[in-house]
Design a binder for this molecule. Structure first.
Ligand code: FRU
Length: 483
């Protein structure tokens, strides 16, 4: 298991051992959420990319399964999976729909990237290779996301032309023959080197008219994200099965999926039975992904998050919330009301894996912070600055040196408002996820302690501050649901 200073999180997904990057092939089928992922079966550095595999019934407890798609003459890069209900591909057996994986095959000799298909007729337990379905002779053509578009009765693939900073749209009747329909991008806001791991889905507008929906195109960007690290943007608009068009008046400034350092390659599940759109990200930054001090597993996923869309003035915001399944894993509630804080830290008896709701008094002038301190005095700060209406996570002194790009302070400016500042905070030993302003501002950061247990306290940074209420629940250890 992981060494003492870097305990493996208890309800976030990590492989049993070795290197993991992007989530792939997210699909729900016959009671199971499938999580495939970029995996190196041979070591804790990127290489030999294959699709690792796990399944869950609640998105929190995962059962590890054997490798689903191994490296062959090509590496199996990122991609997606669908259930072919109408058996358009002909891969189905005995009247059962096949699970079809569409992924990028990377040829390490020629560097060519092209799209491949494999399928399973046994609930994703084993895959047969169909082979290459789309090749444009490019070394920068990857990460196909495929879904069924009912209005046009076609499969749609959105895939990146990575270095051109374009998302390309293709359509197909059978998942094998693909026709190019259109390209989107680049946009003024996308200054990164590459676009990667696109996703495209329709979302309800949470504060819109009943039934109002919009399409969201999400793209990960290799660098120059918030804090100059890696990150992802999203675009809001319309999709007619052939082309994505931006919402009229769309402000072409970066709309970051997450304002922390550690959210990349996000992908959403298809076929979720109650219609929720749920996504997950790889919790790291590309600059230091290889330096994460964990062994024998290097790589962690964020919490799965439910998505909606919100209008904010003339602008649009993606809103994220931890999946509601987390609430059923809550243990005994700790509740504190009207906590007036000065500069002397008030200890809080809370654990290392928890779900918390906070309401902070917006009136009192001083900065308020929760701190998470280890036995060596390393401290992670999570707080709110009234003067600038910003929430922050500060890990500049959270642990020993991981990498030069690692220590940072991530901030999220909140929209104007007059009520208390309500925050949701999920902490799991070495990852912190902060949701503010109805989930429209999210900060995800890893942290690595120096040693010993973590202890919580709260204080004001200069002057006084007041936490109106703090409700925290330990998250109980996973019990694998019966099969
Ligand atoms: C993103 C990425 C993808 C690619 C995969 C390879 O992290 O570079 O674009 O398919 O990783 O592992």
């Amino acid at each position: 298991q992981w060494p003492a200073p870097d305990p493996r999180p208890s309800f976030h997904f990590a492989p049993e051992r070795n290197w993991m990057n992007d989530p792939n092939g997210l699909v729900f089928f016959e009671g199971e959420y499938h999580l495939f992922y970029q995996y190196n079966p041979h070591g804790d550095r990127w290489g030999h990319m294959s699709w690792g595999h796990a399944v869950s019934r609640d998105l929190l407890s995962w059962e590890h399964l054997p490798i689903a798609i191994p490296e062959t003459e090509v590496m199996a890069f990122s991609g997606s999976a669908v259930i072919d209900w109408k058996n358009t591909s002909g891969f189905g057996r005995n009247g059962k729909p096949p699970m079809v994986a569409i992924y990028t095959g990377f040829d390490p000799v020629t560097k060519n990237q092209s799209q491949f298909v494999a399928y399973s007729t046994d609930r994703g337990r084993t895959f047969s290779r169909h082979g290459k379905v789309l090749d444009i002779g490019s070394a920068e053509f990857r990460d196909p996301k495929v879904f069924w578009h009912a209005p046009t009765q076609r499969w749609v693939m959105v895939v990146v032309k990575a270095s051109e900073k374009k998302a390309a749209f293709y359509s197909s009747r059978d998942l094998k023959q693909w026709q190019h329909e259109s390209d989107f991008g680049p946009t003024a806001s996308s200054t990164s080197v590459n676009w990667e791991c696109p996703d495209l889905f329709e979302l309800p507008v949470a504060n819109g008219k009943p039934g109002e929906k919009r399409w969201v195109l999400a793209v990960s960007q290799g660098d120059k994200g918030p804090d100059n690290g890696s990150g992802g943007q999203y675009f809001v608009g319309a999709f007619d099965g052939k082309a994505f068009t931006l919402e009229p008046g769309w402000e072409d400034t970066p709309h970051w999926q997450d304002l922390g350092a550690d959210f990349y390659a996000s992908q959403s599940w298809s076929e979720v039975p109650d219609g929720r759109r749920i996504w997950i990200g790889w919790a790291t930054d590309l600059r230091y992904a290889h330096a994460i001090p964990t062994t024998p597993a290097r790589g962690l996923m964020t919490l799965p998050r439910t998505l909606t869309l919100r209008r904010e003035g003339a602008d649009w915001r993606l809103a994220q919330a931890p999946v509601r399944e987390l609430e059923s894993r809550r243990g005994a509630l700790t509740q504190l009301e009207d906590l007036t804080l000065g500069e002397t830290p008030v200890p809080l008896k809370l654990g290392e894996s928890l779900d918390m709701q906070l309401a902070i008094d917006p009136q009192l002038a001083s900065q308020v912070a929760l701190s998470l301190t280890d036995a060596q005095g390393y401290t992670l700060l999570i707080g709110y600055t009234p003067a600038t209406r910003e929430v922050f996570i500060d890990r500049t002194r959270a642990g020993p040196h991981v990498h030069d790009a690692f220590p940072d302070r991530n901030i999220a400016a909140l929209p104007p408002g007059d009520g208390p500042i309500t925050l949701r905070l999920v902490v799991d030993r070495s990852i912190v996820e902060l949701f503010a302003a109805d989930g429209t501002r999210v900060i995800t950061d890893r942290f690595f302690r120096g040693g010993g247990a973590l202890s919580w306290s709260a204080h004001a940074l200069g002057g006084r501050a007041r936490i109106q209420s703090l409700r925290a629940w330990p998250i109980e250890p996973a019990v694998l649901p019966g099969r």
